[in-house]
Design a protein around this ligand. Structure first.
Ligand code: SAM
Length: 258
């Protein structure tokens, strides 16, 4: 089982807590998809944080996600915004759409949720099989450099997000607790989601744990080459710049050779 299922409070609160663009990813993806043109597949599209702005640009995009909850949310938003986009439920490791695209994007670090090495390679090969010759793969990777060096690795729950959800003063909270396996390059991130009524009493609570694998620059290059890609480029923090020390994220592109 490679797919992490987003549902319950984690799914319901996704847009509130993670629906922004803190890393300036969206413009990076729009630029890349525009440049290559034609059809695009957004793998791990979630609620459409990146997919919907791309669709608003008039680009031909399809979405795929393993969570039925996220798929339904995305379809709901697409209808509300009067867009024509096909969203499919499937696992990035073994989906088979029987067609190829000009670009395939994996925003939001979704690929890092596959923590089995062999399955990660299967997923990259599957991406290549869904791209035309000269097709472009674009992916996001987040580095846990801050987390690795910071005191937050002490098993203590810390308040990460606190948002008001209605005029009466009800709130949604997210506490986070982290652990690290430096050898396996895995971050174990637990989120405790809570809904509080206007008196501050917890009405609903849920703990979800994600295993997030991190990657080094040269490791990504080798994996993509092994999966049959060429021209691997790594952008620091989603800008058209060299990836350098201190960057918290990598925008990665690779091409399917002729
Ligand atoms: C961090 S969210 C990113 C969502 C969206 N791309 C964004 O940037 O907001 C990760 C998404 O990947 C999906 N996902 C996790 N494992 C998956 C898999 N094996 N195959 C397809 N989707 C997966 C989750 O359901 C979730 O919607």
């Amino acid at each position: 089982m490679s797919a992490k299922k987003y549902k319950g409070l984690e799914g319901e609160l996704y847009d509130l807590f993670r629906g922004g663009d803190d890393f300036d990813e969206i413009g990076f993806y729009i630029g890349m998809v525009h440049e290559i043109g034609g059809t695009c597949l957004d793998v791990g599209c979630g609620t459409g944080r990146v997919l919907i702005p791309i669709a608003h640009e008039g680009l031909d995009i399809t979405g795929l996600d393993s969570s039925d909850f996220m798929v339904d949310e995305c379809i709901k938003k697409i209808k509300e915004e009067d867009l024509q986009v096909n969203i499919i439920e499937g696992d990035m490791v073994d989906f088979d759409l029987g067609k190829k695209f000009n670009s395939l994007i994996v925003p939001g670090g979704s690929f890092q949720l596959i923590n089995d090495r062999a399955k990660a390679i299967d997923a990259l090969e599957n991406f290549r099989n869904h791209l035309n010759k000269d097709g472009l793969l674009v992916m996001s990777f987040f580095n846990p450099f801050y987390e690795i060096s910071h005191e937050s690795l002490d098993g203590v729950w810390r308040l990460e997000k606190d948002k008001e959800i209605n005029e009466k003063g009800s709130r949604a909270l997210c506490h986070t607790c982290m652990d690290l396996d430096r050898c396996e390059q895995i971050m174990k991130v637990s989120h405790r989601y809570e809904l509080l009524d206007d008196n501050g009493v917890v009405e609903k609570s849920e703990i979800k744990t994600s295993m997030i694998r991190w990657y080094g620059k040269y490791e990504i290059e080798l994996l993509l080459q092994k999966a049959g890609f060429s021209d691997v480029k790594i952008y620091g923090d989603f800008q058209d710049l060299e990836y350098e020390d201190g960057n918290m994220s990598m925008g990665v592109t690779a091409v399917v050779p002729e």
